[in-house]
Ligand binder design. Structure first.
Ligand code: G3I
Length: 477
C-alpha cells in the first residue's frame, strides 16, 4: 500500500477442567462426553487467547529485527502466526529472472516454525515490489513470468504455508474496478490464472486475495472485490480466503459495518483473515471492535498485526499504531485485544466450511484433550498418538493429534489409522500426509520430527464426514 494514498483465575479454571476430565476418564466415559469450555477462561498471551476459539493471532516479522532480543521475546511469547513483512515478496525471492533466492524468506520461516508458529505467505503476484526485470516485462512474457514465479516460490514452501496471499492489491481505490498495472495489462484473467496456478503448485495452502481499503462495506472497492470473489466461487476458480489488510487511519477509518464486510465475504464460502492490522492513534476501543467483529463471524479465522512494537511499524512510531510501545511495553490496545479474545465464546469458533456454528456439544476445547482415541500405541521406547475432536459441523470436523515420545527421544514419527466411515482429510498442518482410501499415513514435518523423551508435538486437520476418533498407531523413524 502506498502510505500517502491511503489513509488470576486461570490456574483455577484450567485445574477445574483437568480434574473434570480426569474424573470422567476414571469413570470410563471420557470418550463419550464433551466438555464445554467456559466462556472467558483467561489466557495471558494473544496467541493462546485466540486459540481458545480456534483462531490464530499473528504478526509481521522482519529479518532486520531478528537480532533484537526484546523484539523476538515479545513476538515469540505473544503470537502464533507469522507473516514475512518483506522477505517473501517478488523482489526478495526472484531478484533476477529464474534465479530464486529464499535466504531471507527462510530466515523468517525458520524462526517461526522453530518457535512453533505457522506461517502466512506474502505475496506472489503484486504490482508493487517487483524486481526491475519484472517491471520491464509485459504481455505474454510477463504472464509467463508471473506463473513461473508462483510455481518457483510455492514449490520451495510446498506444504509449509498455512495461507498464501496469492494476489495482492489488484483493485483501484476509487471506483471498484481493477487497478491499472503491468499485470492487469496482461489481461483481466491474470488473477484467476494466478489462483489456478497456485492451487496446482501447493494444494494444501489456503489461497487468499489480499487488499487494503476493502474493510468498509459501503465502499466501491469492497464491492468490487466482493463481486470478484462471488464470480470466482460461482465458476470454480480456486479461492479459499480474503485478506482484509485493515490499515486504519483517519482517511480509512474503522466503520461499524466492518462486521458486515467480514460476514458477507464469509457467506460466499471463503475464510476471512485480518492480515495487516494497524490503527493509527492506537485506539483501544477500535482494536476491541475489530477483534469482536472477527470473533462474531465463524469463518473469520485469525488476525495479524503488521508489526510488534510501534517502532517496528512501517508507519513510524509516532503514529502509535500497534499493540506494544517502542520500549516493548503493552499498550492499552493490547489489553483490550486480550480481553476481547478471552471473552470469546466457543460457538464463535471458526469452521472451515460451511459457515455454521458448531453445535454446543462439539465445542472446541483448547486443553486438555477430552476425547482421546480408544487405542494408542505402546509408549516405552517408542511413541504414542491420541486424537481428539476440536470442532465439528454438519458434514465436517476438525481434529488434533498429539504425538508423544516414550522413554527415549524420537527423531521422526509416522502415525497411521483407518477411517471406519467415509471421512476424507481436506487440510492438514504440522505433518505430511499420504495414503489412499480409508487408510491414512501422517509423518512429521522436518521441524517437528524430533521429540524429547516424554515430550509431545501435535498436528491437526480438517476433514469431510462425521467426526471420528479412530485407533491410531505411532511408529518411530
Ligand atoms: O532495506 C532497505 C534499506 O537497506 C534501505 O536503506 C532503505 C532505504 O529506503 O530501504 C529499505 O527497504 C525498505 C523496506 O521496506 C524495509 O524496511 C523499502 O525501501 C520499503 O519500501 C519497504 O517498505 C515496505 C512496503 O510494504 C513496501 O511496499 C514495508 O516495510 C512493509 O511494511 C510494507 O508492507 C505492505 C504490505 O506488503 C502490503 N500491504 C501494505 C503494507 C504497508 O505498506
Amino acid at each position: 500500500m502506498d502510505r500517502n494514498a491511503t489513509p488470576s483465575d486461570r490456574p483455577r479454571r484450567l485445574r477445574g477442567r483437568v480434574l473434570l476430565a480426569g474424573a470422567l476418564g476414571a469413570l470410563g466415559v471420557i470418550s463419550a462426553v464433551t466438555v464445554s469450555v467456559p466462556a472467558g477462561a483467561a489466557e495471558s498471551t494473544l496467541g493462546a487467547a485466540a486459540a481458545q476459539s480456534g483462531r490464530y493471532f499473528g504478526t509481521a516479522i522482519s529479518t532486520s529485527r531478528l537480532g533484537d532480543s526484546q523484539y523476538t521475546t515479545i513476538a515469540n511469547r505473544e503470537f502464533n502466526m507469522v507473516t514475512a513483512e518483506n522477505e517473501m515478496k517478488i523482489d526478495a525471492t526472484e531478484p533476477n529472472q529464474n534465479q530464486f533466492n529464499f535466504t531471507q524468506g527462510d530466515r523468517v520461516y525458520n524462526w517461526a516454525v522453530q518457535n512453533g508458529k505457522r506461517v502466512r505467505g506474502h505475496t506472489l503476484a503484486w504490482h508493487n515490489q517487483q524486481p526491475n526485470w519484472m517491471r520491464n516485462l509485459s504481455g505474454s512474457a510477463l504472464r509467463q513470468a508471473m506463473i513461473n514465479h508462483i510455481n518457483g516460490v510455492m514449490s520451495h514452501y510446498k506444504g509449509k504455508i498455512y495461507a498464501w496471499d496469492v494476489v495482492n492489491e489488484a483493485f483501484d481505490d476509487g471506483n471498484g474496478g481493477r487497478r491499472d498495472s503491468n499485470l492487469q495489462r496482461t489481461g483481466n484473467d491474470w488473477i484467476e490464472v494466478a489462483f489456478r496456478t497456485a492451487r496446482a503448485a501447493d494444494p494444501d495452502a489456503k489461497l487468499c486475495y489480499n487488499d487494503y481499503n476493502i474493510d468498509n462495506w459501503s465502499w466501491a472497492k469492497t464491492q468490487g472485490v466482493y463481486n470478484m470473489v462471488r464470480d470466482f466461487k460461482s465458476r470454480g476458480v480456486p479461492i479459499d480466503c480474503v485478506g482484509l489488510q485493515s490499515h486504519f487511519n483517519s482517511q480509512s477509518a474503522y466503520n461499524s459495518n466492518y462486521r458486515t464486510t467480514i460476514s458477507s465475504f464469509a457467506a460466499l464460502g471463503v475464510d476471512v483473515q485480518i492480515t495487516e492490522l494497524d490503527i493509527q492513534g492506537g485506539s483501544a476501543q477500535t482494536y476491541a471492535n475489530v477483534v469482536n467483529d472477527c470473533l462474531a463471524v465463524p469463518r473469520c479465522t485469525g488476525i495479524t498485526v503488521w508489526g510488534v512494537r510501534d517502532s517496528d511499524s512501517w508507519l513510524g512510531a509516532s503514529t502509535s499504531p500497534l499493540l506494544f510501545d517502542s520500549n516493548g511495553n503493552k499498550k492499552a490496545a493490547y489489553t483490550s485485544v486480550l480481553n476481547a479474545l478471552n471473552a470469546a465464546t466457543p460457538n464463535t469458533s471458526p469452521s472451515p466450511t460451511p459457515p455454521v456454528s458448531p453445535s454446543p456439544n462439539t465445542s472446541p476445547s483448547p486443553t486438555p484433550p477430552v476425547s482421546p482415541s480408544p487405542g494408542t500405541s505402546p509408549l516405552p521406547g517408542g511413541c504414542s498418538a491420541t486424537i481428539r475432536t476440536v470442532n465439528s459441523w454438519p458434514g465436517g470436523f476438525q481434529s488434533e493429534v498429539t504425538v508423544q515420545a516414550g522413554s527415549s527421544s524420537v527423531s521422526g514419527w509416522t502415525v497411521n489409522w483407518s477411517w471406519s466411515g467415509s471421512q476424507s482429510i481436506t487440510q492438514l498442518w504440522g505433518g505430511l500426509t499420504s495414503g489412499s482410501g480409508s487408510s491414512v499415513t501422517v509423518r512429521n514435518e522436518s521441524w517437528n520430527g524430533s521429540i524429547a523423551a516424554g515430550a509431545s508435538t501435535t498436528f491437526g486437520f480438517t476433514a469431510n464426514g462425521s467426526a471420528a476418533t479412530p485407533t491410531l498407531t505411532c511408529t518411530r523413524a
